[in-house]
Design a protein around this ligand. Structure first.
Ligand code: ADP
Length: 483
């Protein structure tokens, strides 16, 4: 079959700029599509931190001095490319110091809407300048939500896009890109207001994600369960009505994992490689992890791991009573990496103070430690309130680090309850978002850990799971072709 021309946009791409799973997904998907022979143009902003980083950039002369008008304002940008590591796939980075020359990737600044409106416009302008006629433009999250609308309005005249279809992927519906309605004249649409949802405008708002979900040809999210959940009032965050009305165009595709980065055989960031056939390296990583966090080592004591943004979504509230009690009663280690809301950071700081020989907690963004926790811990905790897909539970499976998860979104789709009778299953799954349910799963995990034969089998089951991009990319390919 003919290769496709795909244009992919993301506000984050690993390893250049990352705050969460979106970065890993956009890099890996672009790389996987490229290896399938497709032509991919991947766009992201050239943030200040990326510009200052240790990357080799090439200036794209054909795209020199491109100007886009947003109402009365003209914004000029240039484009630099650099290759994704271990791949020939290029990333086109939009260089606009006026908008991206700031310390953070995301800001609360007054022109945040423009920072990401530019990403959509720049991608379309670059396609024009390069004479690249995409079969599909794949938008990710609210940051790229205006693109389908721009394509159908500002760029509708251009025959280059005559056959172009759009896909909008929701990585987390909680982040919708809502701005005061008075930014509408600044978005560069003539008579712009009519395109935006009336009810939002009555509330004085525009919603970038809603706009993307209204105008894109196909909608996806990152697991089949989450695709159902976001059509309910409980998890739709106000967009459930729209999603119900577009149910026929909405599907769920679980994210893949880049096993070149995240597998115990190939991981360059862990001190000891291991594999399902020979897991002895895992015990050495366990020691390295505890040494790193200056915790006493005991090969027989279970090590629990957490790597996470610290937000209400991640479900730490169910741990508040259970963890201190279990740390008091049992010998175990808890290794935690993450930052975010004070309430959760304070909880882990307090645990570390109360149990200085059992708990390690680091708040920086530390890729190396994230990998070491995956490789060295025995059990991974992910009790999310909701989880569109989740990557860490899939990484955990590959490293034989057994996940305890709540049955929601991608966690429900990727972790199977362990059954001690048949010894089938890959982790511990609880259903209700309640401390007692978490405690049940936690105790079940500790009991199973004490039975070393059962645990060995469970580790083998987990490590045999395959959610590689080689597999998942075919789902996207099928979707693109269906357009
Ligand atoms: P989300 O996208 O909701 O944050 P995911 O599980 O999909 O959750 O992806 C989280 C990603 O971010 C994982 O790759 C995880 O290792 C990484 N991560 C989160 N916090 C940190 C941190 N403090 N240091 C390093 N990596 C982190």
């Amino acid at each position: 079959m003919d290769p496709l021309k795909i244009c992919l946009l993301s506000s984050e791409v690993t390893p250049f700029a990352k705050t969460g799973g979106l970065a890993d997904v956009s890099a890996a998907l672009a790389g996987a599509l490229k290896s399938r022979g497709h032509q991919v143009l991947l766009f992201m902003p050239l943030y200040e931190r990326v510009e200052k980083g240790d990357w080799k950039f090439d200036f794209v002369t054909e795209l020199k001095g491109t100007k886009v008008s947003f109402g009365e304002r003209e914004i000029e940008f240039e484009v630099f490319t650099t290759a994704l590591p271990n791949s020939k796939q290029l990333v086109h980075m939009i260089h606009c110091p006026e908008l991206y020359g700031r310390k953070e990737i995301y800001t609360q600044d007054k022109d945040e809407h423009l920072r990401f409106a530019l990403l959509s416009r720049a991608a379309l302008d670059c396609c024009q300048r390069l004479g690249f006629a995409p079969d599909v433009i794949h938008c990710n999250d609210w940051h790229t939500g205006l693109l389908p609308l721009y394509l159908k309005t500002v760029y509708a005249w251009d025959k280059l896009f005559e056959k172009t279809k759009t896909v909008m992927t929701i990585h987390n519906i909680a982040y919708q890109g809502m701005f005061p309605a008075d930014v509408i004249p600044e978005l560069g649409l003539s008579d712009g207001a009519k395109y935006f949802d009336q009810a939002d405008r009555d509330d004085g708002l525009v919603n970038f994600l809603r706009t993307g979900l209204t105008f894109a040809d196909k909608l996806t999210t990152v697991s089949a369960t989450y695709a159902h959940e976001i059509q309910t009032a409980e998890l739709g965050m106000g967009l459930e009505g729209l999603l119900q009305s577009r149910a026929a165009d909405l599907s769920g595709i679980v994210n893949g994992v880049d096993y070149a980065d995240w597998s115990p055989q190939k991981d360059k960031l862990i001190p000891h490689a291991f594999s399902p056939k020979d897991v002895s390296g895992k015990a050495l990583n366990k020691r390295a992890l505890l040494d790193y966090l200056r915790l006493p080592h005991d090969a027989n004591v279970p090590v629990l791991g957490v790597v996470s943004r610290m937000t209400a979504q991640k479900g730490f509230d169910v741990m508040f009573d259970v963890l201190p009690r279990r740390l008091e009663e049992h010998d175990m280690r808890l290794t935690v990496l993450g930052s975010g809301e004070k309430k959760y950071e304070d909880f882990f700081r307090w645990l570390k103070r109360e149990f200085p020989t059992k708990v390690g907690f680091e708040t920086e963004f530390n890729d190396g430690l994230a990998h070491l926790i995956e490789a060295g811990a025995d059990i991974f905790l992910m009790p999310s309130r909701y989880e569109p897909c989740g990557l860490n539970q899939m990484y955990s499976l590959k490293y034989g680090t057994i996940p305890i998860v709540r049955k929601t979104g991608g966690l429900a789709d990727t972790v199977e309850q362990f059954d001690p009778a048949t010894r089938k299953g890959t982790g511990f799954v609880f259903e209700h978002f309640m401390p007692s349910a978490f405690q049940w799963a936690f105790d079940f995990a500790l009991e199973t850990y004490a039975d070393s034969d059962a645990w060995k089998q469970l580790m083998q089951n987990a490590m045999a799971c395959d959610t590689s991009w080689d597999k998942q990319v075919l789902e996207y390919e099928k979707l693109y072709r269906s357009l």
